[in-house]
Ligand binder design. Sequence first.
Ligand code: HPA
Ligand code: MG
Length: 236
Amino acid sequence: MADTSKKSDEHHIESNPLVISDSFEGYSLNFFNLPLHYRDDLKSVLIPYGLVQDRIEALASRIFSDLHIHIPEQLICICVLKGGYRFFSDLVSKIQNENRLRNDRSLPMSLEFIRVRSYVNDRSTEQIEIIGLSDLNALNNKHILIIEDIIDTGVTMAALKTEIEKFQPKTIHVVSLFTKRRKDKKCIFKPDYSGFEVPDHFIVGYALDYNEYFRDLEHICVMKESGIAKYKIPGS
Ligand code: HPA
Ligand code: MG
């Protein structure tokens, strides 16, 4: 029998991802309302929008509980554009809900937006450039929350965190809505908070794109091979 003796205030929200197993092929498209312009390019709905929202609400509650202890100092929430914009917006708004509804604690935030350009330098190591934050010195001695859509190889996030660490913030936490369970097992970065662990498929929707398509789709979907071919950039 389930142990129901624990008090409700001991309810523990997982910071680790909800794991979507390899055997789960997603939901048939026929159960969802999908934009006509993408219907033929998608194989299935892997994570419906509503479930994404529920998980974000839980993450917001967990992050609020963990990080409010730093008040009255601001938490600088950094949105990694473009893919992170929906997640950032919904996560911040759900933390704001906690702030509105609780009288015992609060978490003040400020919001920053960056893009990360990655390139391989002449020593064949990954380098990144942070675009959009005019003065990275402003991060010195501050509490930082980096908000990312997906961690795949982890190379970009590892480089981004290393770059931000150079400016010596007081704390850095990373939250990613998705982490990918790569078949080659080569993900080099584990975020502090993760929404879902997804199988090694290319996923789109909820601001995640394939060559700038599919950001305008609500659900997290898996693409058909024909869809991948259709939107491939010639020569890439
Ligand atoms: N979807 C969209 N963008 C990505 C992915 C993905 O599966 N992996 C890395 N960037
Ligand atoms: Mg992208």
